[in-house]
Design a binder for this molecule. Structure first.
Ligand code: GBH
Length: 541
C-alpha cells in the first residue's frame, strides 16, 4: 500500500504548479515571458490620479470676461471638428466642478490632474488683464479638492492659448517664452500656496505637429517642414524659463515640484534581429520624445541625430540654414536639468523599419526627417480611435527605454493613459477595464522587475469629454456623460469601479496565491497529523 504521504506531496505540487499563467488578452498577447499577469503591489507612496483638461470639460467659453482661446476660434469655424462640435458647454465643469470632485473621491483617488485655461485667467494673455472670475473659479476648484483630501496636479498649458497671443504670432513669436513665464508666475503667486505639482506643457509634440504642422488642431497652421521646429524651440525655452522662475523664486516657500508632460507611442522594431530596424526604432523615439526630452533631461540640446539629419537635408533642399534652430550655449545651460519629474502620456505602440534611404526631397517634412517607416499592427485590438490600438507591453518597454536614455533616477509620472470607445451609451465597458488592468500591470512590472522609477499613474479621463478634432464621437471617460442632457449627468462605468479596486488594493492581489497558501496549509496539517499518528513503518514505500 502506498503511503498517504505520496498523495499529500502530489496534492501540494499540483496546487503550486497549477497556477497557469493568466493573460488579460489571451487571444492576442499570450507570450508567457512578456504577457503573463504579474501579481503584487505598488510602492506605498505611489500616487493614483485621474485627469481632464480645461477646454475639454469646462464649457462657459464666454462667461464674464473670459478671453477666447485658439480652440474657441478653431471649433467655431465649424469645419475642423467632427459634427461641428465645440467645447462651448462640454461637461459644464465650470458649474459642476463640485460634482467632479465627488466622482474623484468616490474612486478613492488622492490626486487630480486638471489644466488652467490661460484666457480664463488672463483674458488677453497678459497679467494686466487678470480676471477676477477666473481666479474665483480656480480657487473654488482647488479648495474643493483640498477639502476632500485630493491634491491638485496642475497643467499650466493644455492647448488653449489666448487667441490674443496667437494674433501676435503665438508659439512662433520670440516673445512666447516671456509670455508663458509671466502667466505661470501669476499662477504660482495665486495658487502656489496650495498647488504642489505643476506641469508646464501638455504634449509639446501635439502642439507643434498637429497645431502648427498638419493644421488638424488649433491654430490650424501648415508648417510641417519648418514651423514645427520653431514652435518647439520657443516652447522649450518657455518651459525652461518658467522652471527657473519657480526654482529661484517660489520653491523655497511653496515647496512644490515642477516638470513637463511629453507624449510618446512606443516604437517597436519590426524585426529585432535586423540591426537597422532596431536603430530606426531608437531614432524614431529620439525624433519624437527626444526632441523635447534630450534638451530638458539630458544635455540642453536636441539629439545629435536630429541636428545632423535636419542640417544635411536643409542644405540639400537649398536652404541657407538648418530648419532646426540652434540653442546658444547660454540657453543650453538654462534648459538642461529643468525638471523635478518626467511626465509621460502614453496610449499605444507602433512597429517600424528603417526607410532604407535618406529622404532629401522637397517639400521638407518632419515626418520624412527621421527616415523611419512606421505603422500599427492590425492584429492588435482596436478601440474607438483609429490611432489607438491596445498594446500593453509597449508601456513597459517605453518606461525602460526612458530609464536607459535619460537615467534611472528621474522620477516618472504617467500623467495620461487610457482608451476610447465609440459614442455609444455603454456602462459595462469591458475593453476599458481590460486596458487599465493590463497597462497598469505592465507598469507594475516596470517598477518591480525592471527597477524603473515610476512614482504615479493617471487615468485619462475622469469622464467623457470633448475629444478635440473628434468632438464627442470618441469617449475616454471612466464616467459616462450624457451630452444630450442639459444637466450633463455623469454615471460611473464598470471601469471606474475596476480602477477604484486597483487603487484600493494598491496593485493586484493574487486569488491563486491565496488558494496556493490554503493548499499548503491543509497539506502541512495533514503531514503533521500523519507524523503524529501513523506508525513510521507506513512510510516504507
Ligand atoms: C492626449 O493626447 C491629450 O493630452 C488629451 O487631451 C486627449 O484627450 C487624449 O490624449 C486622447 O486623445 O488621428 O490625426 O486625429 C494624446 C495624443 C492626440 C494622439 C490626438 C492622437 C489624434 C490625431 N493624441 N491624436 S489624428
Amino acid at each position: 500500500m502506498k503511503s498517504p504521504l505520496v498523495f499529500v506531496i502530489a496534492a501540494m505540487v499540483t496546487c503550486i504548479v497549477a497556477q497557469d499563467p493568466y493573460y488579460v488578452w489571451p487571444d492576442v498577447f499570450n507570450d508567457e515571458e512578456r504577457d503573463a499577469f504579474y501579481y503584487g503591489q505598488f510602492p506605498d507612496d505611489f500616487k493614483w490620479s485621474t485627469a481632464t483638461s480645461s477646454y475639454q470639460i469646462e464649457g462657459a467659453w464666454d462667461v464674464e470676461d473670459k478671453g477666447e482661446s485658439v480652440w474657441d476660434t478653431f471649433a467655431h469655424e465649424g469645419t475642423h471638428v467632427a459634427n461641428g462640435d465645440t467645447g462651448d458647454v462640454a461637461c459644464d465643469s465650470y458649474n459642476l466642478y463640485a460634482t467632479d470632485v465627488q466622482l474623484i473621491k468616490n474612486m478613492g483617488l488622492s490626486y487630480y490632474r486638471f489644466s488652467l485655461s490661460w484666457p480664463r485667467i488672463l483674458p488677453n494673455g497678459r497679467p494686466d488683464s487678470a480676471s477676477a472670475d477666473g481666479l474665483r473659479y480656480y480657487n473654488a476648484l482647488i479648495n474643493e479638492l483640498l477639502d476632500n483630501d485630493i491634491n491638485p496636479q496642475v497643467t499650466l498649458y493644455h492647448w488653449d492659448l489666448p487667441q490674443a497671443l496667437e494674433d501676435e504670432g503665438g508659439f512662433l513669436s520670440d516673445d512666447f517664452p516671456q509670455w508663458f513665464n509671466d502667466y505661470a508666475t501669476y499662477c504660482f503667486e495665486q495658487f502656489g500656496d496650495r498647488v504642489k505639482f505643476w506641469i508646464t506643457f501638455n504634449e509639446p509634440w501635439i502642439i507643434a505637429v498637429l497645431g502648427y504642422g498638419d493644421g488638424v488642431f488649433a491654430p490650424g497652421l501648415n508648417g510641417i517642414g519648418d514651423k514645427v521646429y520653431n514652435v518647439s524651440h520657443n516652447l522649450i525655452l518657455g518651459h525652461a524659463m518658467t522652471y527657473r522662475t519657480y526654482d529661484s523664486t517660489y520653491r523655497a516657500s511653496q515647496m512644490g515640484e515642477i516638470g513637463i508632460t511629453l507624449n510618446s507611442d512606443f516604437v517597436e522594431p519590426y524585426d529585432r534581429s535586423i540591426p537597422s530596424d532596431v536603430e530606426a526604432a531608437s531614432r524614431s523615439l529620439r525624433f519624437g520624445l527626444g526632441w523635447y526630452a534630450n534638451p530638458i533631461f539630458k544635455n540642453g540640446d536636441y539629439p545629435d541625430i536630429m541636428k545632423e539629419k535636419i542640417a544635411r537635408k536643409s542644405a540639400a533642399q537649398g536652404l541657407a540654414s538648418s530648419r532646426l534652430p540652434e540653442f546658444t550655449e547660454e540657453e543650453k545651460n538654462m534648459i538642461k536639468g529643468t525638471y523635478d519629474f518626467f511626465g509621460l502620456n502614453h496610449y499605444t505602440t507602433v512597429y517600424c523599419v528603417d526607410s532604407d534611404q535618406e529622404d532629401l526631397s522637397n517639400p521638407p517634412s518632419y515626418y520624412k526627417d527621421g527616415d523611419v517607416n512606421q505603422w500599427k499592427d492590425s492584429s492588435w485590438p482596436s478601440t474607438g480611435s483609429s490611432w489607438l490600438h491596445v498594446v500593453p507591453w509597449g508601456i513597459r518597454r517605453l518606461a525602460t527605454w526612458i530609464r536607459d536614455e535619460y537615467g534611472q533616477d528621474i522620477p516618472i509620472y504617467v500623467t495620461e493613459n487610457g482608451v476610447s470607445t465609440k459614442d455609444v451609451a455603454e456602462l459595462n465597458d469591458e475593453i476599458r477595464t481590460k486596458y487599465y488592468t493590463s497597462y497598469i500591470n505592465e507598469i507594475l512590472k516596470a517598477i518591480r522587475i525592471d527597477n524603473v522609477n515610476v512614482k504615479g499613474y493617471t487615468a485619462w479621463s475622469l469622464m467623457d469629454n470633448f475629444e478635440w478634432a473628434a468632438g464627442y464621437t470618441e469617449r475616454f471617460g471612466l464616467h459616462y456623460v450624457d451630452f444630450s442632457d442639459p444637466e450633463r449627468p455623469r454615471t460611473p462605468k464598470a471601469s471606474a469601479n475596476a480602477y477604484a479596486q486597483i487603487v484600493a488594493d494598491n496593485g493586484f492581489n493574487s486569488g491563486s496565491t491565496v488558494t496556493g497558501a490554503l493548499c499548503l496549509l491543509v497539506a502541512s496539517t495533514l503531514l503533521a497529523l500523519i507524523n503524529a499518528f501513523v506508525p513510521s513503518t507506513c512510510f516504507e514505500f
